[in-house]
Design a protein around this ligand. Structure first.
Ligand code: URA
Length: 411
């Protein structure tokens, strides 16, 4: 078998066999297939797509490239959630303690920020003392004890995806639905959960820009899950505008706590979290979606979800009281009166990153204390001179101007 023949076959829109996929991708992982050959095949996949069979075979090759977690020693049904990423997405910090407070077991491997989208691990690391590297034994013990553990992905979980993703990132081959489906689902299957909820974000601040692609991705992920006997549900949620008011690590933890305390129940963030948590509880406990939602809301209202969050943070060594938020604030005021048409997610993400909330290139140091807090959302009226947002500024002075992110219809 030769790499060039496989690339040529995909260029001609022909279906690759399981053997060809395994040969090519394993060869890439062990160095026999060069970066330029993989780049060429990835671009052919982006342009010509993959059949369902090719997608299953790629997912399986990914899974087999590393460790597969066996969670059998954790009693009960294990759930997992994944978001395809977005600006201000702190749903894991909220949803995980809610479901754990209802006795649903959640053992979650999370990632760091990608591009302008923040990662759960960076947010948790903003809590002083919080340990993000748990061993497999620690994870299992903790989930058996308190129903919840969140840890960074082990090095050997789907190492092939890591290597392929790094190349996709620099060759304009991230935006392929089959590649995204295989990449995400291989990690979810290898992480061992029985029931999986995928929150597919759509909009300017997300990888997926339209609902048509989101539905295609949803179908593929459900089909892949079924192949592995995992129940997969998906939600398609908006990411044209940031999720919640806070963007930046410590600020997002504070906002997550406030949602867990039952504040801001009219917010889209609260509603999305209740929806995700209800689906997980419904899958794990076999409850109808309505009954699951009642249980979720009850555990927010009675303080148990918040208590579970505090128990979980303490168990992983963190102290929320010691969160650091920059005291250097810059208030950004509207230059005109009118109705806010849109607060652009991507632009706000870029402002937060320019303040230092994200690694923009390898080796960058994250400043957990910086970020943006929005005071206005889509549809709100703003008077000239009224605050639109507050920037929490750190060492960096070359941050972007957020005014441009606010689209205002003058009145
Ligand atoms: N997130 C992933 O893990 N993989 C993708 O391909 C895209 C988003």
């Amino acid at each position: 078998m030769k790499a060039i023949d496989i690339i040529d076959k995909k260029r001609l829109k022909q279906e690759l066999s399981k053997e060809e996929i395994t040969f090519f991708f394993n060869g890439f992982l062990n160095g026999d297939v060069e970066n330029y050959q993989m780049s060429s095949l990835l671009m052919a996949i982006v342009l010509n797509g993959m059949s369902d069979e090719e997608i299953y075979n790629l997912t399986e090759t990914f899974i087999q490239s590393g460790d597969v977690l066996n969670l059998d020693s954790i009693k009960g049904v294990k759930v997992d959630k994944h978001s395809t990423g977005g600006i201000g997405d702190k749903t894991t910090l909220i949803v995980a303690p809610i479901v754990a407070s209802l006795g649903v077991k959640m053992c979650k491997m999370s990632g760091r920020g990608l591009g302008y989208t923040g990662g759960t691990i960076d947010k948790l690391e903003s809590i002083p003392g919080f340990k993000v590297n748990l061993s497999e034994e620690e994870i299992k013990r903790q989930v058996n004890d308190i129903s919840l553990a969140i840890t960074s992905q082990t090095k050997n979980l789907v190492p092939m995806d890591k290597k392929v993703y790094a190349l996709r990132d620099v060759t304009a081959t991230v935006e392929s639905i089959p590649l995204i489906a295989s990449s995400i689902m291989s990690k979810k299957i290898a992480s061992g959960a029985d029931k999986i909820l995928i929150d597919i974000k759509v909009g300017s601040g997300a990888l997926i820009k339209n609902v048509h692609d989101a539905k295609h991705l949803s179908d593929l992920m459900i089909k892949i899950g079924n192949r592995y006997n995992r129940e997969v549900r998906t939600l398609i949620t908006d990411m044209d505008t940031p999720l919640g008011k806070a963007i930046g690590n410590s600020l997002e933890v504070v906002e997550a706590v406030s949602i867990l305390l039952g504040r801001d129940k009219d917010s889209y963030l609260y509603k999305v979290c209740v929806k995700i948590a209800s689906n997980l509880v419904s899958m794990a406990l076999g409850e109808s979606l309505n009954d699951a939602q009642e249980m979720v809301v009850q555990n927010i209202n009675n303080g148990q979800a918040y208590a579970k969050f505090m128990e979980f943070v303490k168990r992983q060594g963190g102290d929320v009281q010691k969160l650091k938020i920059s005291d250097k604030k810059v208030v950004i005021r509207s230059e005109l009166s009118g109705v806010i048409q849109n607060v652009d997610a991507l632009k706000i993400g870029m402002v937060a990153a320019s303040l230092g909330s994200q690694c923009e290139k390898e080796g960058d140091q994250i400043d957990h204390s910086v970020g943006v807090v929005l005071h206005k959302k889509n549809g709100d009226f703003v008077n000239r001179g009224e605050p639109l947002c507050t920037l929490y500024v750190g060492q960096r002075e070359d941050y972007l101007d957020p005014l441009d992110a606010f689209e205002i219809m003058p009145q």
